[in-house]
Every structure is written in structure tokens, then in C-alpha cells.
Write a protein that binds this ligand. Structure first.
Ligand code: PAP
Length: 123
């Protein structure tokens, strides 16, 4: 079974893409299996090396949106792409708006290896 850390990487990690096109989210949301059964409404991809994302678990501690205490905010800005389902898009045709941003990100971390398990937002 897919671990929480593996799920985080599938849903949020894309280190090798530097420039995204308008169709990026439509392609990536499908390729990473986030359009199965329903269109995942909002998702962020991170274009930074995995180790640079994992060390966020040792950076500023913040409260998660769900009230848990295990979230961390990156001390530097990261290259990210926000994917947002367009109004009127109907499953199974998942049509996304693609927006490239540079923001500090917030992730949840768990376990002794301090693995990133949840993308909590960007600020
Ligand atoms: P997301 O990363 O876009 O939020 P989502 O699949 O909603 O994707 O969440 C990833 C996992 O992190 C969820 O667990 P699951 O895969 O077993 O369903 C979610 O419950 C979990 N999660 C959310 N917030 C936290 C948190 N603060 N600490 C640990 N796990 C969390």
C-alpha cells in the first residue's frame, strides 16, 4: 500500500519541471492519479529537489489548518504551481487553471524520519 510519504510525493513533488505550460495541470493531475473517481479541486506541485522539501520539517513550526501541531513553514520561497479546478469543469473532464508561483510553503511532517505527509498551504 502507498505510504503517506509516497502519497505526498505523488501528489506534490515535481522537481524536474522549471517552466510550466497552460496545460500543465490538466496533464499532471491526470498523470498523478488525482482525477480518478472525482477531480481533486485544488492541488499544488513543488518544483524543488525532494531533500530541500524534507528539511522544511526542521524549519519554523506552525499549527496546521486541521489544528494539529506538526506543520512547518519553509524559511525560503519555493517554486510551486497551483492547480485549481475551473468553474464549470465536470468529471470526468477535469479542466484546471495553472498558476506558477514563488511562495513559502507549509507541510505536515510525521514519524522518526520526519517525512512530509501533507501539503498544508502556501503564504
Ligand atoms: P494534501 O496533501 O493535498 O492535503 P490529502 O490526500 O488530503 O492531500 O492529505 C494527505 C494526507 O495527510 C492525508 O492522509 P491519508 O493519505 O491517510 O488520507 C491527511 O489525512 C494527512 N494529513 C493532513 N493533515 C495532517 C497533519 N497535520 N499531520 C499528519 N497528517 C496529516
Amino acid at each position: 500500500k502507498e505510504s503517506q510519504a509516497e502519497k505526498f510525493q505523488r501528489q506534490h513533488m515535481d522537481p524536474d519541471t522549471s517552466t510550466v505550460t497552460a496545460s500543465y495541470c490538466n496533464e499532471m493531475m491526470k498523470r498523478r492519479n488525482m482525477t480518478v473517481g472525482q477531480c481533486k479541486p485544488v492541488n499544488t506541485f513543488i518544483h524543488e529537489p525532494l531533500p530541500d522539501v524534507q528539511v522544511i520539517c526542521f524549519q519554523g513550526n506552525v499549527t496546521c489548518k486541521n489544528g494539529k501541531p506538526n506543520c512547518h513553514q519553509s524559511s525560503s520561497k519555493m517554486r510551486i504551481t497551483d492547480c485549481r479546478l475551473k468553474k464549470g469543469s465536470k468529471y470526468p473532464k477535469c479542466d484546471y487553471q495553472t498558476q506558477q508561483l514563488q511562495k513559502s510553503i507549509i507541510v505536515a511532517c510525521e514519524c522518526v524520519q520526519y517525512e512530509t505527509v501533507d501539503f498544508d498551504g502556501s503564504v
